[in-house]
Design a protein around this ligand. Structure first.
Ligand code: EPZ
Length: 420
């Protein structure tokens, strides 16, 4: 695993272009299996997770032409449905293969996607709701076996939890279903709206995506077309916080501030000057330290769990005390033990951490534990005094396009040591 050597403290300032959203691109890539004509998908970020999703599609016989955008043609799918375990386990998003492959091939055998350091990541809701739509599914020796007799059948699903992943699985199943599917208590994330916009561009009939009720009228066929993925709201929030914790200023371009309402509001409470436009947002901290601000994560439009580690870092160097409550994943504070090695003053209380802002952080040798946490450690290295070494940083390549290039353009002193 590669490592970063980061020298601090630096003030991060400048402007960056935000990449396409990883969590919009992944469901849209798997949705392209539903279409037997060419689709062109633009603004796909260059990330490890995207590369692994592409490998899964190629394994299926999907034709993919890489360039500025991806041209995908899933016309001639191989009629085999077994996937290499290592590839499936490399991304949790592989669970979204089930619905489109049942629609196209009628059966699939795929290994369980497995958990990760932030939590167990169960898939019980995916299975429960695909069964409600008519799939026969069982799990044996850590593999999922699923079959469908001709097509899915529309159903009224009231989700017991607004799961992003399960909402996506249902949409990808119901697209060709006989009659109508209604999803109540659906997840409302912007990435789900983007998936629905992509599918509607190709001829689907989906209404209400982005609200808690989604209605899908099954169609007979989808056609090819062109679609541009939305910008990454998590990356945008991450870079705004990078400027906020270093007293700097940043302009994030090619992004949509409307998808970050609560994060911008919380950053204003820290004392940051926030400005927004149609496709940009800026933050200016004017060399000041941020004020501590409580956050509680929750399903959209509440505070995004994927920005919790970055905002918690802000609270750990802010003026005053604050509380961070994590309601989505059961183990999303692992990274804080690394920040304590850098001088953070914090104590744990069930699914909360109480932060007491410190004057400064000190460099240390630390280890990344998951994607969003590792970026929080990198930002900590940028503001800590001395040389911080972060091991296991390949997590970052899964979710942030050319991260060190973007940070260096903002003034960071960061070097990647390859460890092949
Ligand atoms: C998606 O994960 C994102 N991943 C996550 O981003 C994000 O943190 C999460 O949504 C919440 O916004 C992708 O889009 C690829 P969920 P997902 O299903 O779909 C429980 C990142 O860093 N649950 O909304 O797995 C689950 O345990 C990643 O980019 C069940 O109980 O999230 C969790 O507590 C991290 N049973 C809660 O629901 C299920 O069958 C929310 O999970 C499914 C989920």
């Amino acid at each position: 695993m590669d490592k970063f050597i980061i020298k601090g403290p630096v003030q991060l300032k400048g402007k960056i272009n935000i990449s396409g959203s990883k969590n919009a691109a992944l469901p849209i890539l798997f949705a392209s299996i539903l279409i037997d004509e060419s689709v062109e998908i633009q603004n796909i970020p260059k990330l490890k997770d995207i590369d692994n999703a592409i490998k899964l599609l190629l394994h299926l016989g999907v034709k993919i032409k890489k360039g500025k955008s991806l041209i995908i043609n899933a016309n001639n799918l191989y009629n085999h449905y077994i996937f290499p375990k290592n590839l499936v386990k490399s991304i949790r998003a592989s669970i979204w293969l089930i619905s489109p492959i049942l629609n196209r091939l009628g059966k699939i055998k795929i290994s369980l996607p497995g958990g990760c350091s932030i939590g167990k990541r169960p898939i019980d809701l995916h299975i429960k709701y695909l069964k409600k739509l008519g799939a026969k599914i069982y799990i044996k020796n850590n593999n999922i076996y699923a079959y469908i007799n001709k097509t899915f059948k529309g159903s009224h699903i009231i989700m017991e939890k607004s799961s992003v992943g399960a909402t996506i699985s249902i949409i990808l199943a119901a697209i060709y279903a006989y009659k109508i599917t209604i999803i109540d208590n659906a997840a409302k994330e912007p990435e789900i709206k983007d998936l629905a916009n992509f599918l509607n561009t190709m001829g689907a009939k989906i209404k209400g995506a982005g609200t808690n009720q989604i209605i899908i009228k099954g169609v007979l066929k989808l056609k090819g077309g062109i679609y541009k993925i939305i910008s990454d709201r998590i990356e945008t929030g991450t870079f705004l916080i990078a400027a906020a914790i270093s007293g700097g200023q940043i302009l994030c371009q090619k992004t949509n501030p409307k998808n970050l309402d609560i994060v911008l509001k919380k950053l204003k409470y820290t004392g940051a000057e926030i400005k927004t436009g149609k496709n940009w947002c800026s933050l200016n901290m004017k060399n000041r330290k941020p004020k501590a601000v409580d956050i509680i994560t929750g399903p959209y439009p509440d505070f995004p769990t994927d920005i919790q580690p970055q905002f918690t870092l802000l609270n750990l160097i802010a003026l005053g005390k604050s509380k961070v409550t994590e309601t989505i994943f059961e183990n999303r504070f692992l990274y804080i033990h690394e920040l304590i090695k850098m001088g953070a003053n914090v104590f744990f209380k069930k699914n909360q951490v109480i932060c007491k802002g410190v004057k400064k952080l000190y460099s240390a040798k630390i280890v990344a534990t998951d994607l969003r946490a590792s970026i929080s450690l990198v930002l900590a290295g940028c503001i800590a005094s001395g040389k911080t070494i972060i091991n296991n940083i390949n997590y970052i390549d899964r979710g942030y396009e050319t991260i060190e290039k973007k940070l260096i353009s903002l003034g960071a002193n960061i070097k990647r040591i390859k460890n092949n």
